[in-house]
Design a protein around this ligand. Sequence first.
Ligand SMILES: O=C1O[C@H](COP(=O)(O)O)[C@@H](O)[C@H](O)[C@H]1O
Length: 227
Amino acid sequence: MIMKTTEADTRIRVAHDLAVSVAGALREDLEQQERVTLVLSGGSTPKPFMQALSRMELPWSRVDITLADERWVPTDHEDSNDRFVRTHMLINAAAEARFQPLVNDEATPEAGAEEVGQRLAALTWPASVVVLGMGGDGHTASLFPDSEQLADGLESEAMVIAAHAPSVGQPRISLTRERLMRSRRRYLHLNGGDKKAVLARAMSGSDCLELPIRAFLDAPLALYWAP
Ligand SMILES: O=C1O[C@H](COP(=O)(O)O)[C@@H](O)[C@H](O)[C@H]1O
């Protein structure tokens, strides 16, 4: 369920509002525990959010950052979420944070998933914050409606799954729904009327295989949206 909706008239403003909320949540948890885990999404939407968050004052050396999903491409590839995080998040004050990538040197996500899962298992769970995005087809992380691995990603108790979808070219690796839900707070960051309409459609139905974002609407989710 959408517990709280924060809207702003510009994408920069909503990105800043989200960064303030995430920083506050991390600070709160860092008062209680030594390390915290922050799970971020790739795609184009999070860039101003990451840049704003990177400037927030926090004990960043105690923050572990990882991703909700990744393309199985070299980390210098222009589509790499790893590269995106290093460019837009691990800068300014947040350069002190530790980053845990979702890729390794294996040729495929199937071959690499076990090692990635072991590394992620060593982080602090539940994660303090998961920031999700959503595509126009209702996918979130790399849980795509046209993926043969979707049902597994929604039901498996594994840390990660290898994912392939005809709608996207590159093989992917994705945290499962179970792992993304293993978090104290979840935020959904969207821009544009089209995505708002997709979310409204998701909220009025129940088939998670049609719109995978539905699988995250049965628990509190805070929406951050700008036109
Ligand atoms: O492929 C992906 O798409 C979604 C949304 O991306 P955006 O470019 O529309 O912001 C993203 O949440 C997901 O992590 C990413 O891998």
